[in-house]
Design a protein around this ligand. Structure first.
Ligand SMILES: CC(C)(COP(=O)(O)OP(=O)(O)OC[C@H]1O[C@@H](n2cnc3c(N)ncnc32)[C@H](O)[C@@H]1OP(=O)(O)O)[C@@H](O)C(=O)NCCC(=O)NCCS
Length: 149
C-alpha cells in the first residue's frame, strides 16, 4: 500500500494523540502536540496509508531542527499499522530533510528495552553513543543514538 508523508495539520491532532496514547505509558497531551505546531524550529509530520493524502494518519514523527542538529523527540505508529514501513518512511524523510537543511547530526533517545525502535534506528545507521541511567524512571535507561550526516 502507498505511504505518504506530509506535514501535520491541526485536524490530525486528535488522531496523533490517539496513536500516542496507544504507544506510550506517559503520553504527550493534546496541548503538547498543539504547541509543537507553533514552534518555528519544530516539525511534526505524519504518515498516511493509501492514496488519499488527506486521510487520517497512522503514524507521526516530531523533531526539532536547532543549529546543526536535528533532534527526534517523538515517533509512533498505530499498533494496527506497524511493520508496514511507516516508521521507516517517517525516519527516512526526517534524515533527508535534515541533510537538505545542512544539519550535521540527527540525535534521539530510546529506551534500552525498546528493541523494535533500536532496530529501526540501526537500520538507518544510527550509532548507540551513551547510556543515560534511569532517564525514564527507575531501571529504565535511555540510549542516546546519533547519525552523523
Ligand atoms: C518503533 C516504531 C515507530 C516502528 O514503526 P513501524 O512502522 O512498525 O516500523 P517499520 O515497519 O518501518 O519497520 C522498519 C524496521 O524497524 C525494525 N522493527 C520495527 N518493528 C520491529 C519489531 N517489532 N521487532 C523488531 N524490529 C522491528 C525492523 O528493522 C524493521 O525493518 P524490517 O521490517 O525490514 O525488518 C513502532 O514500533 C512504534 O510506534 N512503537 C511504539 C512507539 C515507540 O517505541 N517509538 C519510538 C520511541 S524512541
Amino acid at each position: 500500500m502507498a505511504i505518504h508523508i506530509r506535514d501535520a495539520a491541526t485536524r490530525d491532532l486528535l488522531r496523533i494523540v490517539e496513536i500516542e496514547q496507544l504507544a506510550f505509558t506517559t503520553p504527550w497531551s493534546l496541548g503538547a502536540f498543539r504547541r509543537e505546531l507553533t514552534l518555528p524550529f519544530s516539525r511534526l509530520t505524519v504518515a498516511v496509508s493509501g492514496d488519499d493524502r488527506t486521510a487520517p494518519p497512522n503514524g507521526f514523527l516530531c523533531r526539532w531542527l536547532v543549529a546543526d542538529e536535528c533532534h527526534v523527540l517523538n515517533v509512533a505508529v498505530h499498533p494496527d499499522h506497524r511493520r508496514f514501513g511507516l516508521g521507516a518512511r517517517l525516519l527516512g524523510a526526517t534524515i533527508s530533510e535534515a541533510r537538505q537543511k545542512g544539519a550535521d547530526v540527527v540525535t534521539l533517545e530510546v529506551r534500552r528495552s525498546n528493541l523494535a525502535a533500536r532496530r529501526l534506528y540501526r537500520k538507518f545507521d544510527f550509532e548507540e553513543r551513551r547510556l543515560r541511567r534511569h532517564y525514564y524512571g527507575p531501571g529504565e535507561d535511555a540510549i542516546v543514538m546519533e547519525l552523523r550526516l
